[in-house]
Design a protein around this ligand. Structure first.
Ligand code: C2E
Ligand code: CA
Ligand code: CA
Ligand code: CA
Length: 285
């Protein structure tokens, strides 16, 4: 019958290979997990490197299944993007993150905390994106200036006019924009200077190479981080270093002049309840 979807037929097809079958199962489970709210944000604090004050938290999606498995976003976000499920998932995560942050700002003295939310390519290019962000802010009561959207460079390289006007619209709302995984993609400097971007996030690969035993790799990453920070200074952008695991990386980043940082050295991403405790302790210190 026509109503019988191709996919549901395929799953019983003995010729379908294991990879495609697994993929189909994952898509089905993902669809269900979004409906039942099984995918929630965890939160990783971003610290001011000199004062150790928590300036923001990054929302990172976590999928804990009922049978106790947990799946990495590196595994399910790409599937969500390819299937379009990233639209409902991304909207739900943004709403949860904004409402949690509105509560933390009301409850805790760190009333200037920011929430960083990752935005995938498919989400950003959705014509409803700006409207979705606006209504989420209205409904959760979070001020636009407390929201930072993390975008990758690749998003900005396509369809530059539409993209630029979207960024300008978000900027005029007061939403802040950070370029994620900076240095791993390709941005033309003149283009970057025209974008209403507020922060650059130095990719973890450069941070970890700062303490590599390979001295050449170490010297190179040091020069790259130095160049990113100089660029940020010239354009008056903030610099956040991600994936700081070691004290020596932290010290190099401070010396090089990075503003903010996040990483296992401080804390891994935490569930909302644990983050509430983390913030309360920070204040008590
Ligand atoms: P990302 O945005 O670059 O996030 C940073 C990743 O580094 C996170 O991995 C975080 O848990 C991990 N990390 C933080 N500190 C350290 C550290 O000190 N050492 C190491 N080794 N890793 C550290 P996670 O949570 O597995 O997320 C992976 C990627 O999945 C993210 O990379 C992001 O691109 C994507 N992602 C996660 N949540 C979302 C989401 O809600 N929406 C979208 N569109 N993408 C998301
Ligand atoms: Ca990110
Ligand atoms: Ca990143
Ligand atoms: Ca990264």
């Amino acid at each position: 019958a026509k109503s019988q979807g191709k996919a549901s037929y395929c799953v019983f097809d003995p010729h379908m290979d294991d990879e495609a079958r697994e993929r189909f199962e994952l898509e089905r489970a993902l669809r269900q997990a979004i409906q039942t709210g099984e995918i929630v944000p965890h939160y990783q604090p971003i610290l001011h490197l000199e004062t150790h004050e928590v300036v923001a938290v990054e929302a990172l999606a976590r999928w804990q299944t009922k049978d106790g498995c947990s799946l990495s976003p590196a595994r399910f976000i790409p599937v969500a993007e390819e299937t379009g499920l990233i639209l409902p998932l991304g909207a739900a995560l943004l709403r949860q993150a904004c409402s949690d942050m509105a509560r933390w700002r009301a409850e805790l003295p760190q009333s200037r905390l920011h929430i960083n939310v990752n935005v995938s390519e498919r989400q950003f290019h959705d014509p409803e994106f700006v409207r979705m962000v606006t209504s989420t802010l209205e409904q959760t009561g979070l001020p636009a200036t407390a929201l930072t959207l993390e975008l990758t460079e690749s998003i900005l390289l396509q369809d530059t006019d539409t993209c630029l006007s979207k960024l300008q619209e978000l900027d005029s709302l007061g939403v802040r924009l950070a370029l994620d995984d900076f240095g791993t993609g390709y941005s033309s400097l003149s283009y970057l200077s025209r974008l209403p971007v507020h922060a650059l996030k130095v990719d973890r690969s450069f941070v970890s190479a700062l303490t590599s035993t390979d001295l050449k790799a170490r010297a190179q990453s040091e020069e790259i981080v130095r160049a990113i920070i100089a660029l940020a200074r010239a354009l008056q952008l903030e610099v956040t270093a991600e994936g700081i695991e070691q004290q020596s990386q932290y010290q190099r980043l401070c010396a090089l002049g990075a503003d903010h940082g996040q990483g296992y050295l401080f804390t891994p991403p935490l569930p909302a309840t644990a983050l509430t405790r983390f913030l309360a302790q920070k204040t008590a210190l």
